[in-house]
Design a protein around this ligand. Structure first.
Ligand SMILES: *[C@@H]1O[C@H](CO)[C@@H](O)[C@H](O)[C@H]1NC(C)=O
Ligand SMILES: *[C@@H]1O[C@H](CO)[C@@H](O)[C@H](O)[C@H]1NC(C)=O
Ligand SMILES: *[C@@H]1O[C@H](CO)[C@@H](O)[C@H](O)[C@H]1NC(C)=O
Ligand SMILES: *[C@@H]1O[C@H](CO)[C@@H](O)[C@H](O)[C@H]1NC(C)=O
Ligand SMILES: *[C@@H]1O[C@H](CO)[C@@H](O)[C@H](O)[C@H]1NC(C)=O
Ligand SMILES: *[C@@H]1O[C@H](CO)[C@@H](O)[C@H](O)[C@H]1NC(C)=O
Ligand SMILES: *[C@@H]1O[C@H](CO)[C@@H](O)[C@H](O)[C@H]1NC(C)=O
Length: 432
């Protein structure tokens, strides 16, 4: 074999021969975590305003999700303006280029804007440039993950185009890079993480981030690529939160206290989403008189309930919500008032200054786990308008357990055991 060819072969084989440190959950120090920041937090919006903006964003994607399920399409795309509205920091390349990106449990692809940009939105940090990184490698069309992203046969490389329902999109090519993740206590770099190098991108309203990091169960997601089997997040609507990989002191301590779990189920039509099995809802003294089929995941892939940090609040089907509203209103002395702010059940804020709102308890009965929510997880106050509203809404078909209802809870996803737990936690005092 001529030397040149041999060298060429060796170069090709080199990546296979060199033993690369694989990312492993067990090599993480306990409490490996990142901070999360709400996209709207830096604008100093009130909790109420953050929710109001979120509801607007939810509408589009819920409609589109239902449309896709009805037409029997596998839903594997993030579908909205600023889905998963919390940002996390990460870096790509050698030397590493840091940026923030949306943390999204509702999608899989990890992508960032790439130079040379044909059309990029303004981002606060320098745009990642493959030419400046020694660890960049372009994906070929035959790469396994390429097939997960696109089936178009029109080019040599792995060009993709991801369209979002609200006219947001990213277009570019799949590539591999060294990804560095970490926070205060540990930084971990992992080579050959597949990501979308987006050269034409538009994400409505995104000014603080440079892309999206997918955390669902799809093969392209960061979790799947890093083989992370356990992760949890803690969100607080004042704009802060954390994301924990693997174990942490808080989790371990509570796990020892036999924490309750509920099954994480899978929709064959939509296998990447995190479905929960909700069986009923209690409002105050009353278990809602609705058929248990109201929450069931149907064999055609419709219905059911997903848990999604990227949806701002909880939505249940209209027939259930119509039963819930009068049951809720009848168990409070607060005066029901109509309001145009996008929430269906609002009350006049009592003029006297008492700290505790007189509203019924709200309990979600998941399979094997009854979750009683703290009042601040379902009531939202607007002092200026003098109203207090129930932060829940009606949706057609799919129900969603959204981020307002997760706040100040460590939401643990155990993908191996296929269960979810909710551990009441002050996120700001989380003991890693
Ligand atoms: C990301 O990094 C920037 C710059 O270092 C910092 O200002 C910001 O707070 C970080 N965001 C998160 C979510 O950690
Ligand atoms: C945020 O809003 C509060 C209340 O409106 C105000 O007191 C505070 O100064 C604002 N903070 C910033 C950083 O603008
Ligand atoms: C591409 O085709 C394969 C095999 O038919 C299929 O498994 C995969 O889901 C398709 N990918 C996309 C993005 O449609
Ligand atoms: C990677 O491959 C794509 C598709 O062939 C190509 O358009 C792009 O320029 C390549 N990027 C680099 C940095 O080589
Ligand atoms: C968010 O709320 C927690 C208490 O719930 C507080 O400790 C933390 O400082 C707040 N963060 C911001 C940015 O206001
Ligand atoms: C966890 O348990 C250890 C040992 O029992 C204890 O020192 C620590 O305070 C506990 N942490 C939490 C968050 O409960
Ligand atoms: C309500 O109570 C708080 C704390 O007790 C006080 O700071 C505030 O001024 C009171 N507001 C009214 C309208 O009385």
């Amino acid at each position: 074999m001529p030397m040149a060819n041999f060298c060429f072969l060796l170069l090709l084989l080199l990546p296979l021969l060199s033993s690369k440190p694989a990312f492993s959950e067990s090599s993480l120090k306990p409490g490996f975590h990142f901070d999360l920041t709400h996209v709207d937090a830096t604008w100093n919006f009130s909790k109420f305003e953050i929710l109001r903006r979120g509801i607007k964003r939810d509408k589009t994607w819920i409609q589109n999700f239902n449309k896709m399920i009805i037409s029997n399409l596998k839903v594997r795309m993030p579908v909205v303006e600023q889905r998963g509205s919390y940002l996390m920091n990460l870096s790509l390349g050698t030397p590493p280029i840091s940026f923030s990106a949306i943390f999204d449990t509702g999608s899989d692809l990890v992508w960032t804007q790439c130079k040379p940009c044909l059309q990029c939105f303004k981002q606060p940090t320098p745009v990642y440039d493959p030419a400046q990184s020694s660890s960049f490698a372009n994906a070929t069309r035959s790469a396994a993950l390429c097939k997960e992203l696109t089936n178009s046969s029109s080019s040599n490389g792995c060009e993709y185009s991801f369209s979002y329902a609200d006219e947001s999109f990213t277009t570019g090519y799949l590539a591999f890079e060294t990804l560095t993740l970490g926070g205060a206590n540990q930084k971990v770099s992992t080579p050959d993480i597949a990501f979308g190098c987006g050269i034409k991108n538009h994400v409505k309203g995104l000014t603080q981030g440079a892309g999206i990091v997918g955390f669902n169960r799809g093969p392209l997601s960061l979790l799947s690529q890093l083989h992370i089997k356990k992760f949890s997040y803690c969100l607080s609507l004042n704009g802060t939160g954390s994301l924990v990989f693997g174990s942490s002191t808080s989790i371990d301590n509570t796990t020892n206290r036999a924490i309750k779990t509920t099954p994480l189920i899978q929709n064959p039509y939509n296998p990447s989403y995190y479905y929960l099995s909700l069986q009923g809802i209690t409002v105050g003294q009353k278990y809602l008189p609705v058929p248990s089929s109201s929450f069931r995941l149907n064999t055609d892939g419709s219905g059911g309930m997903i848990i999604d940090s990227g949806t701002s609040m909880t939505y249940i089907t209209e027939d259930v919500f119509d039963v819930l509203k009068p049951v809720f209103a009848s168990q409070t002395n607060l005066q029901v008032i109509w309001s145009s702010i996008g929430l269906d059940l609002c009350f006049q804020l009592p003029s006297h200054n008492n700290s505790k709102l007189d509203v019924p308890d709200l309990i979600f009965h998941f399979e094997d786990l009854d979750l009683k929510l703290p009042v601040e997880n379902y009531m939202v106050v607007n002092e200026e308008l003098g109203i207090v509203c129930l932060a829940m809404g009606a949706a057609g078909g799919l129900s969603i357990f959204g981020s307002m209802q997760h706040q100040n809870m460590l939401v643990l996803h155990d993908l191996e055991k296929k269960v979810v737990s909710f551990i009441p936690t002050q996120c700001s005092q989380l003991d890693y």
